[in-house]
Design a protein around this ligand. Structure first.
Ligand code: ADP
Length: 746
């Protein structure tokens, strides 16, 4: 055989075998082949894995090297496919039916082979190939014997302008020799790829298993661990750098796990035995609970009788289950408590006189007592009427809007007045609503409790209070007006009293100064009547005498009256001076009784004077004492028709008391006050009988006041009277000084 020589072929083949990968080997081989064949262009096409296409693997000599060429393996019109499948070299002069390869003319196609295996392409018989090619410009070339058991692997296409038959034959031989080497390279490449893929898959699976939170362990029949994921490793596998504590925990875990497995084996295999396994967490030290799921592994994936155990960590699950159970218990207990509370609450609600309502967080009424029902619930259909419906609806609207507003507010409680209507009676009810929020432990409001308080009485009280206040202020005003009137009247009265006083003083002054002018004519009248009666001016007959006597008596009465009035006036005008001296009571009394004596004798009365000679001497006004005693004694005699009249003197505290006692007509109890007034004669009919002016006692009292003394009376009507005079031993200086400074003109 002519050619590059055996050594050249051997070198080429060994270079091929040492190529780092199939692609560089294919390029190298194609370059060498083109050189040997004297071809300007060449390319190598190989069946892909699925044998559906002939794929371009390497090319040489093309100006623009084709990037990819794919020829369908089923395209039996393509001579390259037929050449590859029949494994016969072909030679052609007509262009190939392919866009890129069309200008490779004339051409040679040399088939590549590989050892026949499962899945290599089917060989096509040369007869069938020739049939398909037909009577074209393509011819089969002579080929050396091919090894048995070869299968189509691809085809090398070369442009063969300058190829001699010899060169072609050499090329064919080279391809035949190199084909198995190339095929091995392909197989090697495939194997490497497969190995890479498997490694990748294994890594992925390991990652997957390791990332499982549950420990996964594969054990052999002797309960030795063959494989485990990292979680299982952390629980069961000790490392050199582990702490003693961790080591102890791991030992304990191994012990527990082994005992679990042997127990499982005794009780009928991993699948039917106990499922729960307690281990210790070597890191945290706390107890872990696992549920063991065991899967016996078939022979295909492990040693005989090996078992895959998945330890499902159910610690949390169990804890949760326990917690759940506890919760359920608690809820049940809570329910019982709540039921009790609710019963109690209902009891309270039903026994409270005020309406109470409970609303939920959406302002729906969820609970109310009977009192509230009467306001917010319509009664039985047979008794209800339109007014009732309207009232209930109105109440509900008012209450709900209040509650809704309160519910969205932040306040915890609220108090508001609200006017509701009693649906049965139609009477308006002033109410006070007090609402409070019921909150859960998170502070969220879950209900609102409202108590309604009937304010009817309070409102009525307020109304009454207002009326009272109004009345009071009116009254106050009236009192203010009256007070103003009174003040005015008072002022007027004061003015009037001043006026009266002034007038009185003027009167008294007038009278005091008029005494002389009044007394002189009366004395003249008395004097001249005396002369006439005595017959100094000639005889008077009995009738004239009688008239003259009456005239004189009238004049004397007038004089007495004038004297009394003048005395009174003098006293009132403050024009009665005191002449103070040592006064013997006995002397004074004796002088007065002498004046009275004739009257007593005339009336045939018993007359007693009981004034001892050593009765005290007092410092006073003698004339005025005489006048006092004269007044009292003449009254006693005047008003006594039988019996006796007496004068008695006694010592008294700081002075003397003189009692003038008579058994006369007496004075009615009701008249005892009146007798002291000016011109007052209490019994008109009787005084006419006794005469008098009604001024005596008034003058007596005023005189005694001036002397610092006093006079009182005791009397039994029809039996007699006692007038008691008190005189001090000494006239008090204030009175004395005041009065002695005044001098009287008359
Ligand atoms: P009169 O000049 O009328 O006596 P008086 O002032 O001395 O005026 O007395 C006033 C009245 O008191 C008398 O009118 C008389 O009614 C009554 N009266 C005074 N003294 C006696 C007495 N001793 N007994 C009864 N009545 C008396």
């Amino acid at each position: 055989m002519a050619g590059p020589g055996d050594r050249g072929v051997a070198g080429l083949l060994s270079a091929l075998a040492e190529a780092p990968d199939f692609d560089s080997a294919a390029s190298f081989f194609l370059t060498q082949l083109a050189e040997i064949a004297g071809a300007q262009r060449a390319c190598l096409l190989q069946f892909d894995v699925a044998h559906e296409y002939l794929e371009l693997v390497a090319s040489v000599g093309f100006e623009n090297p084709p990037m990819s060429i794919m020829i369908s393996a089923g395209d039996l019109s393509n001579p390259l496919v037929i050449g590859a499948l029949t494994m016969r070299p072909l030679r052609g002069t007509a262009p190939l039916p392919h866009r890129t390869l069309g200008d490779v003319v004339p051409w040679i196609a040399l088939p590549l082979t590989q050892p026949r295996q499962r899945g290599t392409p089917e060989l096509m018989s040369p007869v069938r190939g020739a049939e398909l090619l037909g009577a074209s410009s393509i011819t089969f070339l002579e080929t050396p014997e091919r090894p048995l058991g070869a299968a189509p692997a691809g085809v090398v296409l070369m442009q063969a302008d300058e190829s001699t038959n010899e060169k072609i034959a050499e090329s064919v031989e080279l391809v035949t020799l190199a084909s198995p080497v190339l095929a091995r390279l392909v197989a090697l490449e495939d194997a490497r790829e497969t190995a890479e893929r498997l490694t990748q898959q294994r890594d992925r699976l390991t990652l997957m298993v390791d990332s499982l939170p549950d420990p996964v362990v594969i054990m052999n029949a002797a309960n030795d661990i063959i494989a485990q994921n990292s979680r299982a490793g952390r629980l069961l596998h000790a490392r050199d750098d582990d702490s003693p504590g961790r080591r102890r925990a791991l030992e304990l875990n191994n012990l527990l796990f082994t005992s679990f497995l042997s127990k499982a084996a005794m009780t009928g295999g991993a699948q039917s035995g106990p499922r729960e396994l307690n281990l210790v967490d070597p890191d945290e030290g706390n107890d872990l609970l696992f549920e063991v799921l065991a899967h016996p592994l078939g022979e295909r994936v492990g040693p005989e009788n090996s078992v895959l155990s998945v330890l499902r960590d159910v610690t949390d699950l169990r804890r949760a289950a326990n917690e759940l159970e506890r919760q359920v218990q608690r809820v049940r207990q809570g329910e019982v408590t709540v039921r009790g509370e609710r019963d109690r609450l209902n009891l309270i609600l039903e026994n409270v006189a005020d309406p109470i309502l409970v609303t939920d967080e959406r302002s729906n009424i969820i609970l109310m007592n009977d009192q509230a029902e009467q306001l917010f619930q319509i009664s039985e259909p047979e008794t209800r009427n339109r007014r009732e419906l309207a009232s209930v609806r109105g109440n509900d609207t008012k209450f709900t809007s209040f509650i809704s507003e309160f519910a969205i507010n932040d306040d915890d409680s609220r108090r508001e007045r609200m006017s509701l209507v009693n649906p049965r009676t139609g009477i308006e009810l002033p109410m006070e609503v007090v609402s409070g929020k019921v909150k859960n432990e998170r502070g969220e409001p879950i209900a609102i409790v409202s108590v309604l308080h009937d304010l009817t009485k309070q409102v009525e009280n307020e109304r009454l209070y207002e009326a009272l206040k109004q009345l009071n202020s009116e009254l106050e005003q009236r009192i203010r007006d009256a007070t103003a009137d009174l003040a005015e009247q008072n002022a007027r009265l004061q003015w009037q009293s001043q006026e009266v006083e002034r007038a009185n003083r003027l009167k008294s002054e007038f009278l005091a100064s008029m005494s002389h002018e009044l007394r002189t004519p009366i004395n003249a009248l008395i004097g001249y009547s005396a002369l006439l009666l005595d017959g100094v001016l000639g005889d008077v007959n009995p009738r004239q005498r009688d008239a003259l006597a009456r005239g004189r008596a009238a004049a004397e009465h007038l004089l007495a009256l004038i004297n009394d009035i003048l005395d009174l006036a003098k006293i009132e005008a403050g024009k009665m001076p005191l002449h103070l001296e040592a006064v013997s009571l006995r002397e004074v009394t004796m002088e007065v009784t002498q004046q009275i004596e004739p009257m007593v004798r005339k009336k045939q009365l018993e007359f007693v004077i009981d004034v001892s000679p050593d009765s005290p001497v007092i410092h006073s006004d003698r004339t005025k004492i005489k006048q006092v005693l004269l007044n009292l004694l003449s009254n006693a005699v005047k008003f006594t028709n039988r019996g006796r009249v007496s004068v008695e003197a006694h010592e008294a505290q700081g002075g003397v008391r003189i009692d003038v006692v008579d058994t006369g007509i007496g004075i009615r109890q009701s008249d005892l006050q009146a007798i002291w007034e000016d011109f007052r004669q209490v019994d008109q009919s009787r005084t006419r009988e006794f005469g008098g002016t009604g001024l005596g006692l008034s003058i007596t009292r005023k005189l005694l006041e001036r002397l610092g003394g006093s006079v009182t009376v005791q009397s039994v009507y029809g039996e007699g009277s006692t007038f008691s005079v008190y005189l001090p031993l000494m006239v008090p200086t204030t009175i004395g000084n005041e009065l002695t400074t005044v001098e009287v003109g008359s």
